[in-house]
Design a binder for this molecule. Structure first.
Ligand code: FMN
Length: 426
C-alpha cells in the first residue's frame, strides 16, 4: 500500500543508537536521564560500550555456512538466541512498561528478567512471558524476602536472579534527575514544563492514567505497595548480605539461581560454593562504583576459571549483535541486555523492543556468518584480535587484604588506549 504520510519517519530503526536518539526526543529530560544512569564520572558505562569496539573480528573470505544456529539454553530454559532481558527498575517510561518488554521477549523467544523494583506486578509479566526470572535485591527482613520469592514462584517465575553488587554510590557530574515520590498535584505542576515540551509522552500517560510510582512486587501481604523511595530507603537500611546470607537465599529459592554482578574470579568461585547455577559478569551497567573495568574485560578470566562448572553470562555495554558474538567468543554462554531494550521501549514500545532484539539477532548472525561458523557454539577467542592488556583479571589469587603485597601483584594491567565509540551522555 502506498505510504499516505510520506513525511512520517519510518518507525523501524536500524541501530540501537538511533533508538536511543528517538527515546531522548520522546521522553522528558529527567526521565531520559534516569535511564542513562551511571555514577560519578560516568566512566564505567562508557567503558562497557567502548571495550567491545576495541575487540576486532577475524572474518573469512569464503567457505561460509549457509545455515547458522543461534539458539541456546540459559539455565535450562530455551532461548532462540544467547540474549536475555536484564532486570531494570522503574520502566514506567511508557504505560505498558515491563509487560511490553516481556511480550517482545516472548515474541522473539527469549527469557525475561524482571526487577523487584519494576512498575508492573510479577503476575502480569509472567502472563506475558512464560520464561520470566524474578530479580531480588537484599532488602528487608528474611521473612519479607521469603514472601516476595514465594509470590514470584506462585506467579510462575522460572528462576531467581540475586543482585548484590549495588553500592549506593552518590552523585553524577552531569547531575541526577529529580524523580517525584508520587504523581500528586505538586509533582504534576513541577513536571509540567517537561511535559509541555514532550507532548506525545504526556498524552500517552494522560490517556492511560498517571503512573503511581510504586514497587508492586515489594508489597507486603497487608498494606499498600511501597513507593520507589520507600523501597529504596528500606534497601539502604538493610545490612549488606554475607556469602552465608546469599547461600540461604539460594536454598530458600531452591530452583534456578543466578548471582548477578560478579567481576572477580574469587567471587565467581564462591558463587559455585553456594550452589548458584549461573553468574553474570557485570558491573550493573556502570551504575555502581565508577571506574570499575568494563564487564567484557573481566569476562575471560572468570570464564577460564569457572566456565566449566557454572553458566557464565555477561551484561554491560551490549548494543550490537557483534557485541554478543564477542562475549560468546570470550567465554560467555549468553548476554543480558539493559539499556539496549530500554531505548527500544522508549522509541516504540513493544515493537521497539522487538526491533532491538531483531537487530541483535541480525548482527549476531552476520558475525557468525562472516566468521565461517555453523553455530554460536563454535565462537572462540581465535575469531578475535584482542589488544594486549585488554583483560582485567580481578581477584584471581583469592581475596587478599586490600593493602597486602598479593593485592598489589594482582592489580590489573592498564588497558590499551581506546577511542570512544558511543557517547553515554549526548
Ligand atoms: C535504569 C536502570 C535500572 C536498572 N535497574 C536494575 C534493577 O532493578 N536490578 C538489577 O539487577 N539491575 C538493574 N540494572 C542493571 C541492569 O540489569 C544491567 O546490569 C545493565 O543495564 C547492563 O548494562 P547495559 O545497560 O549497558 O546493557 C539497571 C540498569 C539501568 C540502566
Amino acid at each position: 500500500m502506498a505510504n499516505l504520510w510520506p513525511w512520517k519517519k519510518n518507525p523501524w530503526f536500524e541501530t540501537v543508537l538511533e533508538a536511543q536518539r528517538r527515546t531522548k526526543a520522546f521522553l522528558p529530560p529527567s526521565v531520559y536521564a534516569a535511564l542513562v544512569a551511571g555514577s560519578e564520572r560516568g566512566r564505567t558505562p562508557q567503558e562497557n560500550m567502548d571495550a567491545f569496539g576495541d575487540l576486532q573480528f577475524a572474518p573469512h573470505v569464503a567457505g561460509h555456512q549457509p545455515d547458522r544456529d543461534l539458539s541456546t539454553t540459559i539455565m535450562g530454559i530455551p532461548s532462540s538466541m544467547p540474549v536475555m532481558i536484564s532486570p531494570t527498575g522503574v520502566q514506567a517510561i511508557r504505560p505498558e512498561g515491563e509487560v511490553a518488554v516481556a511480550k517482545a521477549a516472548q515474541a522473539r523467544g527469549i527469557p525475561m528478567g524482571l526487577s523487584s523494583f519494576a512498575s508492573k506486578p510479577v503476575e502480569e509479566v509472567t502472563a506475558a512471558n512464560e520464561n520470566t526470572f524474578f530479580q531480588m535485591y537484599w532488602t528487608g527482613s528474611r521473612e519479607a524476602m521469603v514472601q516476595r520469592m514465594e509470590r514470584a514462584r506462585a506467579a510462575g517465575a522460572v528462576g531467581l536472579i540475586s543482585t548484590t553488587d549495588w553500592s549506593f554510590s552518590i552523585g553524577r557530574d552531569w547531575g541526577s534527575p529529580a524523580i517525584p515520590e508520587r504523581m500528586n498535584l505538586p509533582a504534576i505542576i513541577k513536571m509540567a514544563p517537561e511535559g509541555i515540551i514532550r507532548p506525545k509522552w504526556t498524552l500517552k500517560w494522560l490517556l492511560s492514567g498517571l503512573p503511581d510510582l510504586t514497587a508492586p512486587n515489594l508489597k507486603p501481604p497487608t498494606g499498600p505497595a511501597p513507593t520507589f523511595f520507600q523501597a529504596y530507603g528500606e534497601w539502604m537500611q538493610t545490612p549488606p548480605p554475607s556469602w552465608e546470607d546469599i547461600e540461604w537465599l539460594r536454598k530458600e529459592w531452591g530452583g534456578k539461581f543466578m548471582l548477578k554482578g560478579v567481576t572477580r574470579v574469587d567471587d565467581a568461585k564462591r558463587a559455585i560454593d553456594i550452589g548458584a547455577d549461573a553468574i553474570s559478569v557485570s558491573n550493573h551497567g556502570g551504575n555502581n562504583l565508577d571506574t570499575t573495568p568494563a564487564a567484557i574485560r573481566c569476562l575471560p578470566a572468570v570464564a577460564d576459571a569457572v566456565g566449566d562448572q557454572i553458566e557464565v553470562l555477561l551484561d554491560g555495554g551490549v548494543r550490537r549483535g557483534g557485541d554478543v558474538a564477542k562475549a560468546l567468543a570470550l567465554g560467555a554462554r549468553a548476554v543480558l541486555i539493559g539499556r539496549a531494550y530500554l531505548w527500544g521501549l522508549g522509541a516504540n514500545g513493544q515493537t521497539g523492543v522487538e526491533n532491538v532484539l531483531d537487530l541483535l539477532r541480525m548482527g549476531l548472525d552476520s558475525a557468525v556468518l562472516g566468521l565461517g561458523h555453523k553455530s554460536i557454539g563454535e565462537l572462540s577467542p581465535a575469531d578475535l584480535l584482542i589488544p594486549e592488556g585488554f583483560e582485567a583479571v580481578l581477584g584471581a589469587t583469592g581475596a587478599p587484604a586490600p593493602d597486602s603485597a598479593a593485592a598489589k601483584k594482582q592489580t590489573p594491567k592498564k588497558p590499551a588506549a581506546k577511542r570512544p565509540v558511543e557517547k553515554l551522555v549526548e
